[in-house]
Design a protein around this ligand. Structure first.
Ligand code: FE2
Length: 236
């Protein structure tokens, strides 16, 4: 299967910052309230750093399928963490999530760490990230799968500079199987991606601020996050 097919490129929608929708997104991002989790981020910015960093990829994001060998294991972890669509893992507060009613993102861990380590370092995903990045990469950190609750939003942020150069967000499961759009900010536009279950976005998380401004309209949404950095300074 062609991981870089036109169908996947068509999933990335461009929203010009000068448009009404673009201005609304910019207003939303600038009006965000403080959040405790922000203190944990090294590279939080109010203006995107895009123009200050050399891009690895012309667009900065792409969409691919979660590798067939890995998806069942990820789904099993999510199913083990939910009963009839109701998360049974206590709120772990993970992620840069603006929540309602005290509910944030629950981290499914640590019992599933072995599988997550395997997925993180798998050749299937590393190869996809390397094809996207154009350089050899090495795995750094992973999170989740995380369970997000109804009403959640992801605050606009950039990822950690040293370890999170390339990010993967994998949409594993949700209660209604609907997308929860994620937005990436560039100098002149926003890129909106509405992943389907079983798909993942690969992105330059340090260069492009990203957020989910739409409140989650589902009982739960489960995603895993894998991060990588260049293994060497020189392109392969
Ligand atoms: Fe992020």
């Amino acid at each position: 299967m062609d991981r870089w097919s036109a169908a996947h490129l068509n999933m990335i929608e461009t929203i010009d910052k000068a448009s009404s929708a673009g201005r609304a997104l910019a207003d939303w991002a600038s009006a965000l309230p403080p959040h405790d989790s922000l203190a944990r981020v090294e590279r939080l910015t109010t203006a995107g750093p895009e123009s200050m960093l050399v891009p690895y990829h012309s667009l900065g994001v792409c969409v691919a399928e979660i590798p067939d060998r890995l998806y069942p294991g990820l789904l099993e972890i999510v199913h083990a963490a939910t009963w009839g669509g109701v998360p049974r893992i206590p709120d772990g507060g993970g992620g840069l999530v603006q929540s309602v009613a005290g509910l944030g993102a629950s981290c499914v861990s640590p019992g599933q760490a072995a599988f997550m380590n395997t997925a993180h370092a798998s050749q299937e995903i590393v190869s996809l990230v390397q094809a996207f990045a154009g350089v050899e990469v090495e795995p750094t950190e992973w999170y989740g799968p995380r369970i997000y609750h109804r009403g959640a939003r992801l605050l606009r942020h950039c990822d950690r500079a040293r370890s999170h150069v390339f990010g993967v967000t994998a949409y594993i499961e949700s209660s209604d199987h609907q997308p929860w759009p994620i937005y990436f900010e560039r100098d002149r536009d926003f890129l909106r991606i509405s992943l389907r279950i079983g798909q993942m976005a690969i992105y330059e998380g340090v260069r492009l601020p990203h957020f989910r401004p739409t409140a989650l309209d589902a009982r739960f949404f489960a995603a895993a996050f894998l991060h990588y950095r260049p293994a060497h300074e020189n392109p392969i």
